[in-house]
Design a protein around this ligand. Sequence first.
Ligand SMILES: *Cc1c(COP(=O)(O)O)cnc(C)c1O
Length: 404
Amino acid sequence: MTRDEARARDAADPLRGYRDRFALPDGVLYLDGNSLGPLPRDAAPALADMAGRQWGERLIRSWNEGWIDAPQRIGGKIAALIGADPDEVIVADSTSVNLFKLLVAALRHDPARHTIVSETGNFPTDLHIAEGAVGCVAGARLNAVARGAISAAIDGDTAVVLLTHVHYKTAERFDMASWTAAAHAAGALTLWDLSHSVGAVPVDLNAAGADLAVGCGYKYLNGGPGAPAFLFVARRLQERLASPLSGWMGHAAPFDFADAYQPASGMKRWLAGTPSMLAMAGLEAGVDLWRAVDQQAVATKSAALFDQFAAIGARLNLECASPANPERRGSHISFRHPQAYALCQALIARGVIGDFRDPDILRFGLTPLYLGFEDVWCAGSILADILTSGAFRDPAFAQRNAVT
Ligand SMILES: *Cc1c(COP(=O)(O)O)cnc(C)c1O
């Protein structure tokens, strides 16, 4: 694709208008929205209103003026993006904490089942949390196996199959419906981590018959650094599962100040402590931006951006680590290169922000709301220049930062 062709595709792009809804800095090509979504323009005034008016002026009265319902309200908006009903999703805590709550609840759900089945090489927190969860339930164990062995690992002892829908490194995507059916055939529940899916690929939890899910607010939802996360529990399970973090906000009547815990009905029981309203304001601004977005247009453009980037990579002899089939991948593209870290740093020095994942993955988020074909063209020409000039061999680019 030439630069002129890229411009023509941008001009004809039905999502083009969304770009102006983000405050992207000049001189930066942002290909890391899969790790931290950029600032929506509406977020700054929303945060200012939260601090200045809601907190500053309305003070504690704000709890009855929209704060206390924020977890359910924002959850309901996220539900529309993941094929769930509004009363099946709530915003709370972090993805890690939500994983813990749901994994322990799933392990306690059927005393005859003791095992969490998951994938080795999954995003580390998922496996770390699973380890912690089995430590909290007598007899429970974690069986993490390579992708090719998951199917055989699901058996009559499996309580829950924990899968990350889109792999954080390679962007490989599980077929949610068929894996859910396989888990159900063995009597197990499924827990889908949607961190790299929500806002990236079409998700239809209820059509797939999914049981449980969690997802991240600060990636494709653009909710701000460390934004609250969300969790989904299918309605049929809601009264049968209970959170191990039995905090007062999940109580049936928190302001009765009772000694004994009694879980709220519905999704409220997954709240633990008081939610951060400052963080909720950022998340709601990010989620609201998605309200009118045509998800199919996002998927179509994501696939086109991928193909464009994959062709650039092929010309540069980079090994693509992501699946060719758009139905089988998420919305990022990864290349393998022995100097992936230095390449990533050299790109950042030239204003092209992607990221590196140990040991050899160079990863670029393809976010159709604010990224266009000319952006990918420009990123590709800078990548070509860095590779052919050898600029990435500068020792300064080998210096590891704390966050990669
Ligand atoms: C980003 C991500 C998380 C994030 O977890 P935090 O608790 O927000 O740090 C969890 N799981 C997956 C698969 C992710 O990609």
